[in-house]
Design a protein around this ligand. Structure first.
Ligand SMILES: Nc1ncnc2c1ncn2[C@@H]1O[C@H](COP(=O)(O)OP(=O)(O)OP(=O)(O)O)[C@@H](O)[C@H]1O
Ligand SMILES: [Mg+2]
Length: 286
């Protein structure tokens, strides 16, 4: 589909891949399967907050998927489950067929806030994962390689407070990439950046993806960003989160942000998110 209305996947398991789960794509490096996953959290008073309900998603190796949906609908929870930082109450998650039960270097996670260690310079920040895995000595050159990849080769001795927001976020990307993840999870990584830096970083992410062929799943609140970067956009609904739609973005790359097909698709996704132009009753009164 080029431009036009996004495809709504009505199947209970909103597959984002046309490949069969048992087929070659599922076995290629970086193929993710989320199968009927539910997750609740317990409040202090003992009541349950259902966060995700029966979520199914197949992502083929090398795909770029964006996840978009209202605040609090469970997007970060989904990424944390894939990262292995949370355990599902029901269902299972697999990367390349192997069950996800705990965090692993094969699954990198980058947050909105770069979370660099302020007492370490950039070289040491990026080297951190290698040192933790006790493989720094033989892989020291990798640190320079990844700092170069994100355009920070000349800043290896700089400390986080000496960096701009975009530079800090690029350093966070290098720190995740050095573990050579097969899957990179991005939780609103560009949310704190100004519009121009953000667009440059989007191109940076696309370049890294092309260079390394990593599967990427990115949470964003920005429809333009999702459409510029992704092969598919997963739209989630709140309370507890379900997948409302999987929109295929079959636009040629590099994409023109103001192109006719792009704008048509943008308008269709905004409509699904209920920002189609109709004025609604406010959800609450001030
Ligand atoms: N550790 C936790 N303990 C209790 N409740 C939690 C926890 N983590 C998430 N939740 C709840 O689960 C729901 C989903 O949260 P989540 O952070 O996944 O939303 P989100 O879609 O990422 O929101 P946002 O767009 O604002 O980042 C929310 O109701 C939240 O309060
Ligand atoms: Mg979140």
């Amino acid at each position: 589909m080029v431009g036009g209305t996004p495809q709504r996947d009505a199947s209970p398991a909103a597959r984002t891949s046309s490949a069969s789960p048992a087929g070659p794509a599922a076995e290629a490096p970086g193929a993710l399967r989320v199968d009927r996953v539910s997750k609740s959290f317990r409040r202090h008073d003992g009541t349950e907050i259902p966060a995700l309900s029966d979520i199914s998603l197949d992502v083929e190796a090398g795909a770029f998927i964006s996840v978009i949906g209202p605040s609090g609908c469970g997007k970060s929870t989904l990424l944390r489950l894939i990262a292995g930082l949370e355990q599902a109450d029901a269902g299972e998650l697999r990367l390349d067929g192997r069950l996800i039960t705990a965090p692993h270097a094969e699954r990198g996670l980058v947050f909105q806030n770069p979370l660099l260690f302020p007492w370490l310079n950039l070289h040491a920040n990026v080297a951190f994962g290698l040192k933790a895995r006790k493989i720094y000595r033989e892989n020291k050159a990798e640190v320079e390689h990844f700092l170069h990849l994100v355009g920070l080769a000349d800043f290896d001795r700089a400390y986080p407070h000496q960096l701009s927001g975009g530079m800090a976020q690029r350093a966070a990307l290098a720190r995740a990439l050095i573990n050579r993840p097969r899957l990179l999870l991005l939780d609103e990584p560009l949310g704190a950046l100004d519009a121009f830096t953000r667009m440059n970083m989007q191109d940076e992410i696309l370049r890294i993806r092309q260079d390394r062929n990593i599967t990427m799943i990115m949470v964003t609140h920005d429809v333009d960003e999702a459409l510029y970067l992704s092969d598919r956009v997963v739209v989630m609904t709140p309370g507890p989160a379900k997948i409302e739609t999987v929109a295929s973005v079959n636009l040629a790359r590099p994409r023109a942000r103001g192109g006719e097909d792009f704008l048509r698709l943008r308008s269709a996704v905004l409509k699904i998110l209920n920002f189609g132009g109709q004025i609604k009753e406010p959800a609450y009164q001030i």
